[in-house]
Design a protein around this ligand. Sequence first.
Ligand code: TRP
Length: 362
Amino acid sequence: MGKIILTGDRPTGRLHLGHYVGSLKERVRLQNSGEFEKIFIMIADAQALTDNFDNPEKIRENIIEVALDYLAAGLDPEKVNIFIQSQVQELTEFTFYYMNMVTLARLERNPTVKQEIVLRNFENSLPMGFLTYPVSQTADITAFKADTVPVGEDQLPMLEQAREIVRKFNFTYNTDVLVEPEALIPQNETCRRLPGTDGKAKMSKSLGNCIYLADTEEDVQKKVMSMFTDPDHLKVSDPGKLEGNTVFTYLDAFCKDEYFAEYCPDYSTLDEMKAHYQRGGLGDVKVKRFLNSVLQEELAPIRERRAKWQQDIPGVYEILKKGTEVARAEAKTTLEDMKRAMKINYFEDGALMQSHIDKYAK
Ligand code: TRP
């Protein structure tokens, strides 16, 4: 059997550079690698509703934004199947049975969910749907028999959870219908968790520290020029620190040596530039200008593709609709396999009725 990918994003806002380096870029590479038989990319609206149940309008509006960002980033609907989670209703059925394979204590230990609970002030009013979203995420992955799940680092606990549920299910029902998935996280460490432009640990819409894929050239420039650097680097001649210096962190994630010749010929590698900064004599503005050029170079083709798709919204809807049909067919097949393994396929199991006939035969 060929390798299968499933991954996705919650449609709670436009996608930003953190999504791009953490996952989207990798998906585009994987899609073009020819190593995968099927690739499913899911817009996780049902999961987004677990903490936005009172604001469905927000999710509704952002589905198209995420779809546009996907296409803009270079995902190719000929090679990947983009679909909307809530429209594949089989997924909820998987979730229902997987709930039996996990304890409350186990769910409460999930470090990502724990953090998210605090962030959302859910400590005293935790919706069950939110606490159990890792179970529904297991459904997303296993319904497509995905073995590879490219995600950001924060999703590792979900994958661990999925693997446990799969093992427990296969063991309990003495079957191998479910496939144990592996996470695929970016090799470049800075790409795993890109900080916000303010230097805070994570790009996050609520912190207002994101550079979005759909930002204009001017927006990007403005955000780069006001980025957090080394607060002690006051004069150009002062030695500068690289640790926690967001501008250099972004360069670690995006810079290629060939950009120097074009945009900053004083150096030929990032290491040379860093060394000069540490020695003193290299000003933040110069580094920021260089980063801006690098980002504009990366974002220009994305912006162009987005502009094109924005003029073909019916085409985008068609992609989502087709993708959802394909996904549903796939999930339905796995669901039937799963229910057969659980022996809850009463009407297609002729031997069952026969055994009951025999039981009461005089
Ligand atoms: N939890 C993921 C996120 O917040 C989205 C997601 C939902 C997902 N289901 C998934 C990711 C299945 C990978 C696999 O970005």
